[in-house]
Design a protein around this ligand. Structure first.
Ligand code: AHR
Length: 651
């Protein structure tokens, strides 16, 4: 049941007043013996990366130039060159597009006709074009940036390439590129220069200017910071945020992004591999923005590897949101998938594996899971087509790669599937905190015969969740405790969406919020961090006795990888607006085993609607304290609306 706005107001007003009186009590009985516990799958906690909210383009993918090949305006000319802008007026410069690029998959190039020169009205700083990146490029003093572009010209000409503050025009780095007498209009030349910035501005542009007369064509203009994760092109701060969650699986590249509203705008993996200059890019019509596809299929696999997570490729299965390919025409889509698997894990001498090798990764990627599309089995009409086409994919993949685990998106939690699958996909976006919390029980009575569940998308949404607040996070923690309890059936879990560029939010809420230079986690992100040790841990047998309907608790144990010591962790999610008094009884431990180093970690705040922000990124974050006692019987006060961990070392 959702909180109405009046109830919410009451919760907010009463929050502190009621805090002092623990009305609810609970007993948590834990048997800490590993023998009675069950192992949570190694793959349990993962992440789902979708190109939504500029997660990749203008996000994790560190490319600073937006629309680097001038293709975003379409294949026809004249075309819109946005977000590029022109520096100079009509009398001095004429900019247009034509189809003369040297790259066969993206023919659009930019033509710049300059009619002024230094002795004839050209401004000192020149005229030309400017790219604002994705709501401003982050240029930082002392950092290096590699700029590459392709150019041809009718005559010798000097170009100035600069990073400039968008708001103040202050230059942050600049160089002159001289195109000498050997230039000609028919030969493209590649220009590369590494800049070291001598000042910082988080809202900068890249400018290519001249104050000489002439005609110049430009194409494939890229600006990459040299400082990316392992030089793989991933923005360090965003990579670290994901890595800190220790994800074991990495689902990508969507979501609806994989499908497109129309198939012509779906994610086509073959268009996203190979040299970046030759990638056509595409308009992701579901989330309404262009991507140059710098972050493509290869980069997704690479990112999974860098995160030490197993990739899960969601492939397009001939479905878009408005179109479905009939079974009689599905075989090219099946072949496309087989080629994609070969690209990911085929030998470096195979047709597609050799392209992967040429991109610097001869070793196959560890692709063990693929998902047959996304959310297509949810209406009667689509289900019929989905189930008709599905065996074509399933049989072909299993024939060629018997070990690959195949994920259907038909929900097997309520009724058995009519087709074979290793896992089934399960999504939930409730708009009420109570509903979210109570979903903890959704798998309690689901069939244990048949495929396992992959809860690949979940989050509390709607008004109650604000832009990602404490209330949503606690409700989600309750849900996750339920999934842990059912982890004999639930093999993997991932929150969605993972990222949002704060300048263009297409979906709310999200786990990680960023702009050109800042990042913070929403409370939901911090809940994920509280569950990161669950993968591969032992779920201990425990019973919660309580008169509170919205209290959940679980206990896990695992061996610390650094000191080899066993840790016992108790998690409690309290959705009540009141303090709960909990008594914990731990049994099943040998008498020689002691509990020590007790630590308590609490995620809470004074208001259910509290959120983090760029100005206050740590308003709702886990806070750790040392406790002075750990024993087999303990009594704790659990804060209202909180997620609390108790960690103890067992030795
Ligand atoms: O996570 C956002 C979207 O929600 C995904 O693209 C889609 O699978 C779901 O409907």
């Amino acid at each position: 049941m959702a909180y109405s706005s009046c109830t919410l107001l009451l919760i907010i007003l009463c929050f502190h007043a009621i805090e002092a009186q623990p009305l609810h009590t609970a007993k948590l009985l834990i048997n800490a013996s590993n023998k009675l516990g069950k192992q949570i799958p190694e793959t349990f906690m993962g992440v789902f990366f979708e190109e939504i909210n500029h997660a990749g383009a203008g996000g994790l993918w560190a490319e600073l130039v937006s629309n680097r090949g001038f293709e975003a305006g379409g294949k026809n000319v004249p075309s819109n060159i946005g977000p590029w802008t022109i520096i100079g007026d009509e009398s001095s410069i004429h900019v247009s597009t034509d189809q003369t690029s040297c790259f066969e998959h993206n023919k659009i190039a930019l033509k710049m006709e300059v009619n002024c020169d230094s002795s004839n009205s050209c401004p000192l700083d020149g005229i030309g074009i400017s790219n604002p990146g994705f709501w401003g490029m982050n240029i930082e003093e002392g950092k290096k940036y590699k700029v590459v572009f392709y150019v041809r010209s009718t005559s010798r000409i000097d170009l100035k390439v600069s990073f400039v503050g968008s708001n103040d025009g202050v230059k942050l780095a600049s160089t002159n590129i001289k195109l000498g007498n050997d230039v000609n209009a028919s030969t493209w030349r590649r220009v590369e220069h590494v800049f070291e910035a001598y000042a910082t501005n988080h809202n900068s542009s890249l400018q290519i200017t001249t104050n000489e007369k002439g005609v110049v064509w430009l194409d494939q203009v890229s600006a990459m910071p040299l400082d990316t994760y392992k030089g793989h092109g991933f923005r360090n701060d965003l990579f670290e945020m994901v890595a800190a969650l220790k994800p074991r699986i990495f689902r990508f590249p969507g979501g609806c992004y994989v499908e497109g509203k129309w198939l012509r705008n779906a994610f086509r993996w073959k268009e996203t591999i190979g040299a970046w200059e030759n990638r056509p890019g595409h308009f992701g019509d579901v989330w309404g923005y262009w991507t140059d596809d710098g972050f493509g299929f290869f980069e997704g696999l690479q990112l999974a590897e860098d995160l030490n997570a197993l990739p899960i490729w969601v492939f397009n299965n001939g479905f878009s949101i408005y179109e479905q390919v009939n079974i009689s025409a599905i075989s090219p889509f099946v072949q496309e998938v087989l080629d994609g698997i070969e690209f990911a894990r085929g030998s470096p001498t195979s047709k597609w594996g050799s392209i992967r090798a040429s991109m610097g990764h001869p070793k196959p990627f560890d692709l063990r899971y693929v998902a047959v599309g996304n959310e297509e089995c949810d209406t009667q009409q689509n289900k019929f087509i989905y189930e008709g086409n599905y065996p074509k994919f399933y049989d072909a993949i299993k024939r060629a790669y018997p070990d690959i685990q195949i994920i259907t998106n038909c929900d097997a939690s309520k009724e058995p599937l009519n087709h074979p699958a290793d896992l089934y996909d399960y999504h939930q976006y409730p708009k009420s905190s109570n509903y979210m919390f109570n979903l903890a029980q959704v798998f309690d009575h689901a069939s244990r015969i048949g495929p396992k569940a992959f809860v690949s998308e979940y989050a509390m949404t709607g008004k109650e969740s604000g832009r990602g607040n404490l209330l949503a996070a606690v409700a989600e923690a309750g849900f996750l405790i339920g999934l842990e309890k059912n982890s004999d059936l639930v093999e993997m879990v991932s929150y969605a969406p993972l990222f949002v560029n704060n300048n263009d939010q297409k979906w709310n809420p999200d786990a990680i919020v960023f702009n050109s230079h800042q990042v913070y986690g929403t409370p939901s992100y911090w809940v994920l961090s509280l569950f990161k040790e669950s993968s591969g841990a032992t779920f201990l047998n425990s019973t919660l006795q309580t008169n509170s309907p919205t209290l959940a608790a679980s206990a896990i144990s695992w061996k610390d990888s650094i000191n080899g010591k066993s840790i016992l962790r108790i998690k409690v999610a309290n959705m009540e607006s009141q303090t709960v008094n909990i008594v914990i009884f731990i049994e099943g431990l040998e008498s020689s085993v002691h509990l020590s180093w007790p630590r308590k970690t609490v995620l809470t705040s004074s208001n259910p609607m509290d959120e983090n922000s760029f100005s206050n990124p740590n308003m709702v974050v886990p806070r750790e304290s040392i406790l002075d006692y750990a024993g087999k019987i303990m009594n704790f006060q659990i804060d209202p609306l909180s997620v609390t961990l108790f960690d103890m070392t067992m030795y």
